[in-house]
Design a protein around this ligand. Structure first.
Ligand code: 5GP
Length: 193
């Protein structure tokens, strides 16, 4: 998605060890105009799949997921990273190792929001080693829901996440694919690479 690549080039900052900071438009301050375009693009990519729910993880997956849900006209569920006192019903849970925080946390979704009737689109802001996406897929499968695919805003294609998800038979659609962050420079993969 050209508008997203342009924005990464102007407003993204490469930190050490292959981490991209995009807090000007995605992970802290959010650009709703760009997120609306992102949501429209995901909705178009998955329009044939009869998606019934969009599932993401707090916090930075929420903005792109909301706009995707808006365009698909379906509810959006975000998995929680810490248990809230109000979550007193049956929970689906999975363990996820965080690439950026380097800790394992238990993510959860209330059982009542997903069922075997659901066709789910999983959305996340970044794909690195695929652990967040796999955790979300695990939660959906525990509920018997079908995962139709995974929509990623920014994929770091030099990490193992995409291969891992594809090996598991999952469809992965990423709107920007980064081939390298070497020398503090963002290099994108060609569209069909
Ligand atoms: P994975 O689980 O695929 O290893 O990592 C994906 C998660 O880690 C995303 O939910 C995102 O929050 C975070 N993440 C991974 N790489 C980056 C990065 O380069 N920049 C930022 N801002 N977050 C990242």
């Amino acid at each position: 998605m050209k508008a997203l690549e342009n924005r990464i080039e102007t407003d993204g900052t490469v930190l050490q060890e292959g981490v991209l900071k995009v807090d000007k438009f995605l992970t802290h301050q959010v650009d709703p105009v760009l997120m609306e375009q992102v949501g429209a693009e995901f909705a178009k990519l998955f329009e044939k799949e009869k998606i019934t729910k969009v599932v993401t993880i707090e916090a930075s997956g929420i903005a792109p997921a909301i706009f995707t849900g808006l365009h698909l006209n379906v509810p959006v569920i975000f998995a929680r990273k810490s248990k809230s006192l109000t979550m007193n019903e049956e929970l689906l849970t999975a363990e996820v190792y965080s690439f950026t925080k380097q800790i394992t946390s238990t993510i959860s979704i209330s059982r009542k929001f997903l069922s075997e009737e659901d066709n789910v689109l999983v959305i996340d802001d970044f794909l690195a080693n695929g652990q967040a996406a796999l955790g979300l897929v695990d939660l959906c499968r525990q509920a018997g829901a079908k995962v139709e695919g995974i929509g990623i805003v920014i994929e770091k294609s030099f990490q193992t996440g995409r291969e891992l998800l594809i090996e598991k038979g999952l469809r992965v659609e990423s709107l920007a694919r980064i081939g390298s962050l070497e020398n503090q420079t963002v290099t994108f993969l060609e569209a069909d690479a």
